[in-house]
Write a protein that binds this ligand. Structure first.
Ligand code: OGA
Ligand code: NI
Length: 367
């Protein structure tokens, strides 16, 4: 890209740190009013994967080794990937090739990072005109309910989109590990997207043009224990705006839930697995064949929980819309076309509201 200027994708109102609140008042029994959510579905439609009375659906597991190394079970694994992307929008990947040492090292740096004092974190906090740094995203009014979590958001790729002042202020060890992790996550996302393109019957060049130099950002999430977990949410229901998200759950604590056929299903952390989900961009590119599924994070009264979501989107300067090869196959385009930058600015200017932004992108009767 010619233009080397930083792009400002959005802002969010500055809100207090929940981690600090939990740290300062370890014995609180009630959460402040601003964190009390209206939760109609906490009980009635909640499905726990340990509940013996309900059918026990669990998110599919894909063995990436079979896809990337083209083993004898390639075709059946590709069908599994395709079905998971259509029916679940979420799956876990094993044998993903990311070294355990890197995952452990990165985890340690993130634990330390959230463990910094408030004084140190202040230098890394969001600023009024931009949402990168510590804080929360999507806060647009003082009345809006807040999630029981802190996060750190940073644009990592391509290099020229980075906020260099923010990068320079990161602890050095974290920066080093983040650099390696970011490169590995890009490779993994591009590899998975490539397989999805094959499964969808897209032209190879279409996928590579869109994703060769994609925008990558990371969101590190910290969910402190919560004295009233049934009243709060760690992360409100949303779908991800990117093409493909890779979520690393740093501990074995449950929290992530996805909406499957109207019910909330817990995604149990599997050792050494990463959680992958289809984002809105991939739902659009696939012309609606793949589904970007609503998900949320719950909190609990005993354990803190941490996760890192790495978001991968198409390249700046590309136009977002259904792949032409799929529009030709399906004989209809189900989504409108907009420049990627405009799409992102629209997304970050709104309060998170399930899949409403994707609905806005929809064309025709399916709306
Ligand atoms: C996200 C997200 C879920 C989690 O960061 O977009 O959905 O379990 N995170 O932290
Ligand atoms: Ni998400």
């Amino acid at each position: 890209m010619e233009n080397q200027e930083e792009v400002n994708f959005g802002r969010s109102l500055i809100v207090p740190s929940v981690q600090q609140l939990a740290r300062n008042e370890p014995s609180i029994t009630k959460i402040p009013h601003r964190y009390v959510q209206q939760l109609d579905d906490h009980d009635s439609s909640f499905v726990s994967s340990d509940d013996p009375l309900t059918i026990n659906p669990s998110v599919p597991v894909i063995d990436l080794h079979n896809l990337i190394e083209n083993t004898s079970t390639y075709s059946s694994e590709l069908i599994k990937l395709h079905t998971a992307s259509k029916q679940w929008g979420f799956f876990q990947v094993i044998n993903h090739g990311i070294s355990e040492t890197l995952l452990e090292d990165f985890k340690r740096e993130i634990l330390d990072f959230f463990g910094l004092s408030m004084e140190e974190k202040k230098h890394l906090w969001q600023e009024e005109d931009n949402h990168e740094g510590f804080g929360q995203l999507f806060v647009v009014s003082e009345e809006q309910k807040l999630d029981w979590s802190d996060m750190f958001y940073i644009t990592t790729l391509p290099h020229h989109l980075r906020k260099s002042q923010l990068f320079q202020k990161l602890p050095h060890l974290l920066r080093d590990k983040l650099e390696v992790y970011s490169a590995e996550m890009k490779k993994l996302a591009v590899a998975i997207l490539g397989q999805m393109g094959k499964a969808l019957g897209m032209k190879t060049e279409e996928m590579s043009e869109l994703f060769e130099d994609g925008v990558q950002s990371m969101r590190m999430n910290y969910y402190p224990p919560c004295p009233e977990p049934e009243l709060a949410l760690g992360f409100s229901p949303h779908s991800d705006a990117d093409a493909l998200t890779i979520l690393y759950q740093l501990n074995q604590t449950d929290g992530l839930q996805i909406r499957k056929d109207g019910k909330w299903v817990t995604v149990k952390p599997l050792p050494n697995a990463l959680v992958v989900n289809i984002g809105d961009i991939m739902e659009i590119v696939s012309n609606g064949v793949y589904k970007s599924i609503e998900h949320r994070a719950m909190v609990n009264s005993n354990d803190e929980r941490l996760s890192v979501a790495t978001f991968y989107s198409s390249s700046m300067g590309t136009e977002l819309g259904p792949a032409q090869s799929l529009v030709a196959q399906h004989k209809v385009a189900n989504f409108r076309r907009v420049p990627l930058e405009e799409y992102f600015k629209g997304f970050f200017a709104r309060k998170l509201d399930g899949k409403s932004y994707l609905d806005y992108m929809k064309l025709g009767e399916s709306k």
